[in-house]
Design a protein around this ligand. Sequence first.
Ligand code: 0X9
Ligand code: CA
Ligand code: ZN
Length: 361
Amino acid sequence: MRKRTIALCIILVGILLVPSLSTASLLRAQKNDLAFETVREQHLRDIQNHFPIIVPQGLYHTYDEMTILLQGLAINHSDIMSVVSIGKTFEGRDLWMVKLSDNVNQEEDEPDILFMGAHHGDEKPSYEVLIFFIQFMVDNYYNGTESVREAINNTELFIMPMVNPDGVEAGTRKNCAPNHGPFGLQKKITSIGVDLNRNYGYRWFLFFLCPWRYYKATSVMDRTNVYRGEYPFSENETQAIKSFMETHPIIISLSYHTSGELVLYPWGYTKNPPKDEEVFVSIGENISRLDNYTLSQSIYLYPTLGDDCDWAYGEYGIFSYTIELGTVQATSDPQDLLEMCTSHVNVNLYVCQRAQLLQKK
Ligand code: 0X9
Ligand code: CA
Ligand code: ZN
């Protein structure tokens, strides 16, 4: 009987103690709360420690997997790689811009090159080739691979694997911002998404001058897959790229898409050849030798109004190319994807060499 009373007492005290203990430890933790900087450092260390086990679950990285991978790589290779957010999408995702260069935190007098992927969220290989490229570059810098060292030491590579992360996560071509009718005049939401590759500002208004010529190149109807948005650069993503371009003297840009095995150069809005056609063709022919794709002025695929290449060339004189990877929108064959990734490492490295010659001119 006494034993039972003692046991009951112990259990009772135990029950009373448990919450008070946990409250006490909570209080202690709060008192010793870490300074923000320390939390940040700890968070970064966590990423670093977990980094080796972060590999994509599927064939393609998700946005979150890519984010963690890029941050981990930038921490592990902070002398040659940085990653910053140049804006946020409608759904709040950061738009990551990677920089690869020696003295990465300084802006040196070296040619700037821009690589972009996934303007269209349903063209997954277009960001995967760039994630692969980043990884390849940092993995091969220290072991002395000459072309890699040469590119990182003598150029500034800017790489934005996912221009449209909301679209990537939703599996859609367009972004995920709400539309309010063709010119944004309606109160209610009428549809979702703008085709970012129709939202750049070069000759954007031509549509209103000759709609019969451009009715296939773009669309004012917000429900269509090539909806251009309410006005030029109306979207967070294109706005972020515009601000970036205004502050970085890019010489060559490559914008990856799928599909068609094509290397395309401006113009997309007219059959007139670009003023620098000779240079476009000479660089383009070398790219197509490396990936075995067909080189063409982009309008011969079909006309577009408001794509990034016309704007980059028209506004800044950048040697801008669209590369249409593969034969299908998103291959499910790992071998096929790997082949795209490796051949375009070579394309990207070639472009770095060529940019140095352009700057010396
Ligand atoms: O339509 C586009 O934005 C690009 N093709 S895709 O199938 N990936 O959607 C092509 C843009 C290049 N410009 C022209 N073809 N004019
Ligand atoms: Ca540098
Ligand atoms: Zn595309």
